[in-house]
Design a protein around this ligand. Structure first.
Ligand SMILES: [Zn+2]
Ligand SMILES: [Zn+2]
Length: 66
């Protein structure tokens, strides 16, 4: 009763449904599967690690020049 399945199956991290590994969305719950690399609009202060907007010239927290 086994059949060859050319598609690699993965389980949806959200609903657990078995879906094709190359699916971009889970057909069952609709969750987005491909990790979208969200463009970082922030940078991290090298002095204190505070997260700042990319266009910040000074750290809002420690005041260091960026
Ligand atoms: Zn799902
Ligand atoms: Zn800082």
């Amino acid at each position: 009763m086994s059949y060859k399945n050319p598609l690699t199956k993965v389980n949806c991290p959200f609903c657990g449904e078995e879906i094709a590994s190359d699916a971009k969305f889970c057909p069952t719950c609709g969750v987005k599967l491909k990790e979208t690399v969200e463009e970082q609009k922030t940078k991290i202060c090298s002095a204190c690690g505070y997260q700042l907007p990319l266009d910040a010239k000074y750290c809002y927290k420690c005041g260091v020049k960026l």
